[in-house]
Structure formats: C-alpha cells, structure tokens
Design a binder for this molecule. Structure first.
Ligand code: GLY
Length: 378
C-alpha cells in the first residue's frame, strides 16, 4: 500500500493544493451561508431556504477537515460560524429526523474532539440522544423518519448516523447507545444487504419482531436495482461500525459491499447513480464515488497487509477519475465536485447532475485521509 501512496503522492499533494486554494476563498465568501448546491456558480444558503435540511452539517464539517490539516484560521472561523448558524435548528427539533450525525456529529462532535469546546459537546449530546430516541426496542432497529411521514421503514443511510451513538456510549461510559447502534447494524446486515453484496435502500419492518415484510428501491431505479450512493453508505457505514466495535462481521460486510461497488465502476471509475438500470439515459452520481472512496480507504487501513492495496488502489482510481472529469477548479463556480444526483428519477426533473455539498465534503475527506491524517470525523 505504501507503494501505491508514494506513486500517487504528487497527485495527492497537487489536488490538495487546489482544494486549499479554492476553499480558502469560498470559506470567506460563503462564511455566513450554509450551502447545499450552487445557482449560477454561487453557493445557495440553506439557512434562508431550508434550515432543517439534512445536509446542513457538511459545509462546517468540511471546514473542520481543512482546518485540522492546514491549521489555517480561515477554516476554523467558518466552521465555528456554521455551528453557530445551525443553533437555529434546535428550535425546529419537532421536525428533525435521523440525520443528526450528518448535521452535528461531523460539526459539533468534531469541534469538541479537537478543541474541547463544551458547548459543542452539549450540541452533539442533544442530537445524539434524539437519534437514540428513534430506537424501536422490540424490533431492534432505528426509525429514520417521523411517524406521520413513513411508518416502520428503515434506510441504509442510517449506517452513517450511528457512529454518533458509539460516541455517546464512550462519552457516558454506558453501553446502551452502542447496543442500539449494533442491533441496528445487525438488522441492516440481515435485511438490506443481499447475498451478492449489493444493498437495498429501504426495508419495512414489523415493529414487534423486526421482521422485514417489504423491500423497496427508495432513491434508486427499481426494487431489484442498486442505488450507488446507498451502496457507498454501506461500505463506509459498515467499516465505521467495525472501527467502533471490532465486530468482524461488519468489516466482512463492508468488504462485500466494496467488492460489488468496485465491480460496477471499473470501466471508467465514474459511478452511475444506479448499478442495475437501463444503459440510457446515463445518470452519474459523483457523491457515491466520493463516499465509497472514503470507505475503501478505511477498509484498506483495517485489513491485513496483503489485502490493503486492493482497496487503496480502487479508492485512488475513483478519486482521480472524479478529479479529472467532475471537478471544477475555476473561480466562477463556488462548488468543486459536479455531477451529483439526488435520486435516479429526480424530483420534478430536478436534482440530476448538480453539485451537492456532500460531494465536496467526502472528496475532501478522502484526500484528507490520503495525506495521512488519521482523524476520523465519524
Ligand atoms: N441520506 C439521503 C441521501 O443519501 O440522499
């Protein structure tokens, strides 16, 4: 693995330098915003559009990653401002769902871990406890949405929020949060991961027994297809659960999901939005590539020596393909990674091939890891 990293060192350093040049400018320009996408090249501001948006932690989280690596104050100031803006969302907690890890664990959780800020710890505590309150004790799973929205459905994405529960267990020296997280992850292995390593986005469960009674495709193409971002959430989510618990089955599941992802992208390493859909129209989702790359790098860090290069090699190929084909390094565009897709079928014809903030976040996190930073924000 050292050989692959040294062969790619120049590319890693040059790409990081381009990220730093672009982000040190937008960190100032967009300091009072929480962006999700761009309009005519300019970051939008979700605090004016949808303060409750599930993606509102990514901008500040990205700023913390840049700060940890570069120690530049410009990033710290924007990260702190972002966290301050997000306090408005605590007044909207009756509308909150499971994506509290995306909102606070990578923002306030990271602030607390690197600066010791006690108020940030409180924020992450409140957010994490609300995730714990979604646990269904008999069925042993976490409900992502509110009862008046979608009853008894689970989604693969929750795998990325449960690291906040592992953190809560460590902070309180009490295993109950970890037990909820592990029971949920066990359900996902049973009900969302198919024998071939692909994953399904949604599953519906009996509240009393946890038994699944209906599987659906969520943001992918169809019931039997594979939504690539869901596959990426599984890769990264399961390796994170392994890192936090040491349970071997989680690492094995992350590897199985990774093998499926790799086999589907290896033509040109530009991930389609769904891996089992008609050949036309071609719909890409860059965010899936960035998330999967983060998961592959962490798998490489966990497996024995002679397995490492397999995962690292494919992570770098994904990132290089994205850097070449999907990144906009110009000053006329505030975002970096283009060609993200919210869902295969779009929404009123929108949300396909757009820049999405977590495309930038996970692209930066992957490069941050490749530079040797061992800090894991999740
Ligand atoms: N967590 C929702 C999504 O990945 O689009």
């Amino acid at each position: 693995m050292e050989k692959i990293l040294s062969e790619n060192k120049q590319w890693i350093d040059e790409t990081w330098a381009k990220l730093d040049t672009k982000l040190s400018r937008t960190a100032v320009k967009s300091r009072d915003k929480i962006p999700y996408t761009t309009v005519d090249g300019v970051h939008d501001n979700q605090m004016e559009i949808l303060p409750i948006h599930w993606c509102n932690g990514f901008w500040g989280g990205l700023m913390w990653l840049m700060y940890i690596d570069t120690k530049k104050d410009v990033y710290k100031q924007t990260a702190e401002r972002s966290e301050e803006l997000m306090d408005e969302v605590f007044g909207l907690f009756d509308k909150i769902e499971h994506d509290v890890g995306f909102r606070w664990h990578i923002l306030s959780g990271v602030n607390y871990r690197i600066t010791g800020n006690k108020q940030s710890r409180v924020r992450n505590f409140i957010a994490g406890q609300s995730l714990a309150s979604r646990y269904i004790p008999n069925g042993k799973f976490i409900l992502p949405f509110n009862l008046d929205d979608i009853n008894n459905m689970t989604i693969i994405d929750t795998m990325m929020n449960i690291p906040q529960l592992y953190w809560l267990s460590r902070e309180t020296n009490n295993d109950r949060f970890k037990q909820m997280a592990m029971n949920h992850a066990d359900m996902v292995m049973r009900d969302h991961v198919r024998p071939d390593g692909s994953v399904t986005h949604t599953a519906y469960h009996n509240f009393e027994t946890g038994e699944p009674y209906y599987i659906n495709y969520g943001q992918g193409y169809a019931v039997e297809s594979t939504w690539s971002r869901g596959q990426a959430w599984a890769i990264y989510g399961f390796v994170l659960s392994y890192i936090h618990t040491g349970k071997q089955e989680y690492l094995d599941t992350a590897k199985k999901a990774a093998h499926y992802f790799i086999s589907c992208v290896s033509d040109d390493y530009l991930p389609k939005c769904d891996f089992r859909c008609p050949e036309e129209p071609v719909i890409y989702d860059s965010t899936a590539g960035a998330i999967a790359a983060c998961g592959l790098i962490e798998i490489a860090n966990q497996v024995p020596e002679f397995e490492k290069s397999l995962y690292m090699k494919h992570a770098i190929k994904l990132l290089k393909a994205m850097e070449e084909k999907f990144c906009d390094w110009s000053e006329k565009e505030d975002s970096i990674v283009q060609m993200g897709t919210e869902r295969y079928h779009g929404k009123n014809g929108k949300g396909i091939h757009i820049p999405i903030i977590y495309g930038d976040y996970f692209f930066v996190e992957a490069l941050f890891k490749l530079r040797g930073n061992e800090f894991i924000p999740w």
